[in-house]
Design a protein around this ligand. Structure first.
Ligand code: GSH
Length: 239
């Protein structure tokens, strides 16, 4: 029997198994829970919250990677933070906020608002559109992302200031990881799904960026991303 779970994401790209760090997080959460699932490509407008990823569980739609986690934990009786006490769970959640609320916007800024990266990456999403509207669609996307990056903060700063702030969060994450294999110890828990989405998104060799070079200065973070890639996407080429 096929699984009732279908994860809707944008699909692979930019040297990653999924373009979006939130989609990587959601998929790794499903893998951590040991659940069978199918994947389908979708665009954000198909999601109840206008963003990817979202999950269909036998037709019931659940949007947002954190609510996807809550849904599978509740309905499949799994605990992705099993073994952690209340204080450790609180710390893991704090790290998730650092990753999603601070570092993921740096990824968005780097991919969309640095013109060379936009030209190499997202601009190609419209290559198949009729020539008459192609540039307009690119411009429309850039304007939407710029508005959201202004709301989130990065678009108000100079590029080197975005790198400086991102680097502070990388340093904090590196300190939090230390010499452990995973953020909370010897086994991966939910925050590792989030951190892997972010770190693979920052470290992908597809974009040659200053924030990637900074991330590579933390050997424990580069090793961590490679360890998780091997564990959850063993067939995905990764340097
Ligand atoms: N809080 C959401 C964030 C998801 C998100 O930001 N998705 C982006 C792709 S990385 C998206 O769909 N953006 C399209 C839009 O906002 O219009 C989650 O955890 O799933």
């Amino acid at each position: 029997m096929s699984s009732p779970l279908v994860l809707f994401c944008a699909g692979p790209g930019f040297g990653l198994p999924e373009i979006s760090p939130f989609a990587v997080k959601a998929e790794v959460q499903l893998k951590m829970a040991g659940l069978a699932y199918a994947k389908q490509q979708a665009t954000p407008d198909a999601s109840p919250k206008g963003q990817l990823p979202f999950l269909s569980d036998d037709g019931v739609l659940v949007a947002d990677s954190t609510f996807i986690r809550r849904h599978i934990e509740k309905t499949r009786k799994v605990d992705l933070d099993a073994g952690l006490d209340a204080r450790e769970r609180a710390w893991a959640w704090t790290l998730e906020r650092l990753l999603e609320n601070h570092l993921n916007p740096v990824i968005g800024y780097t991919r969309f608002l640095l013109p060379e990266n936009f030209a190499k990456g997202a601009a190609h999403w419209f290559d198949a559109a009729p020539e008459a509207v192609r540039d307009g669609l690119r411009q429309q996307l850039l304007e939407a992302v710029t508005a959201s990056m202004r709301a989130l903060g990065p678009a108000r700063h100079a590029p080197d200031e975005v790198v400086e702030l991102g680097d502070r969060s990388l340093d904090a994450l590196s300190q939090a990881l230390g010499d452990k294999p995973y953020l909370m110890g010897d086994r991966p828990v939910a925050v590792d799904a989030t951190a892997f989405g972010t770190m693979s998104g920052l470290l992908t060799p597809f974009f040659d960026t200053e924030i990637r070079r900074r991330a590579l200065r933390y050997p424990n973070l580069a090793g961590y991303a490679a360890r998780l890639m091997k564990r959850y996407y063993p067939d995905h080429p990764w340097s």
